[in-house]
Design a protein around this ligand. Sequence first.
Ligand SMILES: *Cc1c(COP(=O)(O)O)cnc(C)c1O
Length: 403
Amino acid sequence: MSELAVRAAKLDAADELAGLRSRFALDTVSDHAADAAGVYLDGNSLGALPAHVPGRLEDVVRRQWGELRIRSWEESGWWTAPERIGDRIAPLVGAAPGQIVVGDSTSVNVFKALVAAVRMAGDGRDEILVDATTFPTDGYIAESAARMTGCELRAVTPQEVPSALGGRTAAVLLNHVDYRTGHLHDLPALTAAVHASGALAVWDLCHSAGALPVGLDEHGVDLAVGCTYKYLNGGPGSPAYLYVREELQDRFDSPLPGWNSHAEPFGMSPDYAPAPGAPRGRVGTPDILSMLALEASLEVWDGVSIDAVRAKSLALTDFFLECVEARTEPGRLECLTPREHARRGSQVALRCADAGKVMERLIERGVVGDFRRPDVLRFGFTPLYVGFAEVERAARVLGEVLT
Ligand SMILES: *Cc1c(COP(=O)(O)O)cnc(C)c1O
């Protein structure tokens, strides 16, 4: 065994979270690998399946839908699922109950949050700042939101935000972790800067929720959105969430006021009156099957501290970088992910000219990451189910593929 493999075994033996892996249905899946055991480093794109979810979903379909039918809206708690599951996500992102509602996609929630932020910002504020490095959907939505609200849209990097803010800024839309590079942005400092200029901060947590502490309440974030199928393991296309800080809820004027967010949804009134609290962020009938799969999957977080997850995430990415350095020729790869812990999310992005081909080879050999055009290899580290021996193996296979 190599020195790194010995170290990996020691790290796994000392890992307090190692037992959580059994909560997932992983070892039955070979990731269509030639190698016997695959290494799944794409949980930042689609989280793994928790072992108990298929059975739960079967009950939802067969009993709740099949037998109880319409009664399930009440008796199986379908109607209140968006807020109930929001409260289940809340501790993972540092939010007190009553501020998060689950539903729709991240894209749709970006739209709700951004338009509502501009509407709350007040007169004379007619500019939106958007993260120039954002995941594309946020940028597209921001462009449309700006057009609809009569705002000017300016794309700036998170680092440029403090100097770009001014008396005209209504809202700033930022990604907490850069989906390409894994760069973690300074949410507390940027939120404080946005507030100092009198604007509202909207954060996209897709690549941070479930991977590191966010502290929404503590840092006074105004609005936030995120998906649940990455680090939260909700399943393909599971619904996203919207956080509206409690003090702002009464002023939250949704651009998509559907009957589900009405104060009296079954009053069937032709006039809209918004519900109080988190339900104000709802739109239409929730997608119950996906939502209840998400609810079941969130049980894997029972008894898990997000601080412990963060500590393991940093140890995994540190160890991966060390193993990659030991196994590849200098200059073959360029690391885009910051070395500094305070600026690193839970992924490692490596640049190489033939990244597309390299990732194909890796996947053939059971090491599943992803390729981001034009030249980035992306590896996500999900501390609930990835261990150090796997990290060592992935780096070893990468080294072999590169030579
Ligand atoms: C994954 C991701 C999305 C996805 O948006 P959907 O509407 O859920 O498809 C949005 N924003 C960021 C930053 C992401 O990483």
